[in-house]
Design a protein around this ligand. Sequence first.
Ligand code: HEC
Ligand code: HEC
Ligand code: HEC
Length: 131
Amino acid sequence: MYDSGKIITGIVIFVVLVTFPIWYNLGRATPPPDPKIDTPVIQEMKVKQCIEPKQAMKGNHMKILDEWRHTVVRNGERIYTAPDGKQYDMSLQNTCMKCHSNKTQFCDQCHNYLKVNPYCWDCHIVPKEKK
Ligand code: HEC
Ligand code: HEC
Ligand code: HEC
């Protein structure tokens, strides 16, 4: 005699196993951004911090960049004093990208995920990355 309970259990297990790769990948289709900060310059830092605390940078870096750009281009000023008193040259290439020289592993991680594509790199030079 058939044992319908066992057959159904068998079918369920079979279906789960066969479709496993599909639903396993569904959840991973767009991996969340994972910006890497392991660049040579950042590795040398004793205290690994950005111009402003991480949370502020996450939400405000585009505003900071915009402000820098206006200050440099319109007012000709180039020194930025951060909230903690440290001073930085207001430069996308020479400041941000000196630390974050891994554009594809950093900036692009978030931007690709969010489908934003800042047009800055039409003019500003992307740092060379070791592949
Ligand atoms: C002196 C090196 C340095 C400079 C200059 C620098 N950063 Fe950072 N940045 C870091 C480090 C280190 C972190 C990680 C901070 C942490 O984990 O607390 C970071 C974090 C960030 C984050 C948050 C990343 C995340 O995972 O949420 C963003 C966004 C960012 N930086 C953008 C910029 C931009 C844009 C500039 C230029 C305006 C800039 N950074 C300049 C070293 C730097
Ligand atoms: C932790 C994630 C994250 C990282 C890392 C990051 N960004 Fe962004 N970036 C964002 C988000 C979120 C926005 C806003 C998107 C929006 O609201 O349309 C944005 C927007 C921008 C914009 C404005 C684009 C526009 O069209 O308005 C610029 C410029 C920018 N980022 C530069 C950078 C640079 C340069 C780096 C690397 C040094 C960087 N970002 C790293 C998340 C990130
Ligand atoms: C059409 C070309 C062009 C585009 C596109 C562009 N820039 Fe610029 N940017 C310039 C020029 C030219 C300067 C002046 C360079 C100088 O005086 O050192 C400048 C200066 C700057 C400066 C201050 C000086 C420096 O060395 O970085 C910042 C910050 C800046 N741009 C950020 C941005 C950001 C962020 C974007 C994208 C949202 C962007 N720019 C897009 C051409 C451009």
